[in-house]
Design a protein around this ligand. Structure first.
Ligand code: 5GP
Length: 239
């Protein structure tokens, strides 16, 4: 597989064309941003860890009936994915109150929501990814009600599979963000699933093992990402 022209560079990843028009080469970067790009930094080794962690989750989800864009790992920073026409909606699933939900509704972080809460945000850097609802998604023609039903079911299936799997690794899946897109008419889960896009807490201590360590200047950011990788795979990374 050949890496051809750079198609797109985002905050955390570069996407290249390949010699197969249905497939893209995604390279994960060490750059870290938060608060819509207002806070910038580097997390050494993050690109490698997020590439390997995402690949691990995508394989697990495919085995459990959640169709997704992952094809194979290329190297420690890169993976081959199916090209998607991305639906500009961030699908956020929450099990415990945290982050923007805790702030917006005045809830204590860690409050059990008694079942998953699904939020949708309009993917727009200029607008700051505003919260939207099913009707907005229909009105803005981002997805049809039928497509949104499929997306919601897939997002909840991800929750069931990952929450159970992570619990066995002593990790609470607090919340996460997913993106979906079309590939040859089929809706597939895309983007990444990593400590950049999820909140992971240690089951016993509730220690944060995710990007909140960077967002909130809690320190030991690299160590937290390595710990997630270690718990998922039983392996060490050597950097
Ligand atoms: P919150 O709404 O609390 O900011 O985020 C909820 C969850 O979705 C968190 O796990 C967070 O990491 C993820 N999330 C929401 N929006 C984004 C985003 O624009 N980028 C990334 N990397 N994660 C996001």
């Amino acid at each position: 597989m050949e890496k051809l022209a750079l198609l797109y560079e985002g905050k955390a990843k570069k996407v290249y064309k390949t010699d197969n028009q249905d497939l893209l080469w995604v390279e994960y970067k060490d750059d870290a941003t938060a608060f819509n790009g207002a806070k910038k930094g580097t997390i050494v080794g993050k690109g490698v860890l997020n590439n390997l962690i995402s690949a691990h989750f995508f394989e697990l989800l495919a085995e459990n009936g959640v169709p997704n864009h992952f094809v194979k790992l290329i190297n420690e920073r890169g993976q081959l994915v199916k090209s998607l026409e991305i639906i500009p909606v961030e699908v956020i699933v929450r099990n415990l109150a945290a982050g923007s939900m805790a702030k917006r509704l005045g809830l204590e972080e860690g409050m059990d929501l008694g079942g998953p809460v699904v939020d949708y945000c309009y993917k727009s850097d200029e607008l700051g990814d505003p919260l939207i609802n099913d009707d907005h998604i229909r009105a803005l023609k981002l997805a049809t009600p039928e497509q949104l039903k499929t997306i919601r079911e897939m997002a909840l299936k991800v929750n069931a599979v990952l929450s159970k799997y992570l619990a066995e690794k002593n990790i609470i899946l607090v919340d996460y963000k997913l993106e979906f897109g079309f590939h040859k008419g089929e809706i597939l889960l895309g983007d990444e699933i990593s400590p950049d896009t999820c909140r992971f807490w240690d089951s016993e201590t509730r220690q944060k093992l995710d990007k909140d360590r960077f967002r909130r200047d809690l320190g030991d950011v690299e160590e937290a990402y390595k710990e997630v990788y270690r718990r998922l795979t039983g392996k060490e990374v050597t950097f």
